[in-house]
Design a protein around this ligand. Structure first.
Ligand SMILES: [Zn+2]
Length: 192
């Protein structure tokens, strides 16, 4: 995948996490990688995300983007990373992810606005670089893909470079009847 696109998509997953934490401060975060079509972030939360939440989160993401937050990289030692994760209230999964970083390897934390995350990067410099995206669906996924682990609620997001391409693909899906229903409101999803 194009390096730049990967960077934008992954940065957008931080924006998604920022927005979710603003609206659901109790959400616990796992990881948020870029994918072939966009990105996702895995969340653990007692509240089951609804279609209305999708709309609210999408609006909050747009706000975070318009705030044009800068992504700041800090290299830290393990004890500092642990402290920063604790301060964010994100020990549940992030401490395990920190333990995955091999001894001797650099540990980096990235901050944008009020949000801080353990991450190897890279990211875009400012949130305004993220343009066209659409929150698509919520489906269950297990922490580390293991069904003995907790089931999380990942947000899957379609990300395209331009708003026009995004509009085109959404209207094509609509024509193909790729409709799914998440609770009461209708959302669009298509893996075809
Ligand atoms: Zn990151």
């Amino acid at each position: 995948m194009n390096e730049e696109l990967l960077k934008i998509r992954h940065s957008a997953s931080h924006v998604l996490a920022t927005a979710v934490l603003r609206l659901f401060p109790n959400a616990k975060l796992d990881i948020g990688p870029a994918t072939e079509t966009g990105f996702y972030y895995d969340f653990d939360l007692d509240h089951k995300f609804t279609a209305e939440d999708l709309v609210a989160i999408e609006a909050e993401m747009k706000k975070v983007i318009s705030e044009n937050q800068r992504f700041e990289r800090t290299e830290v030692d393990r004890a500092t990373a642990t402290k920063m994760i604790e301060d964010m209230g994100q020990t549940e999964f992030k401490l395990g992810r920190l333990a995955d970083v091999p001894e001797g390897e650099k540990i980096t934390m990235y901050r944008n606005g009020e949000f801080c995350d353990l991450c190897a990067g890279p990211h875009v410099d400012y949130t305004k670089r993220i343009k066209a995206f659409k929150l698509l669906s919520i489906a269950g996924a297990y922490h580390r893909g293991d069904e003995n682990n907790k089931q999380l609620q990942p947000y899957t997001v379609l990300h395209l470079r331009q708003r026009t391409s995004l509009r085109n693909i959404l209207s094509r899906w609509k024509r193909q009847n790729c409709a799914i229903t998440v609770n009461s409101a209708k959302r669009w999803d298509c893996s075809r």
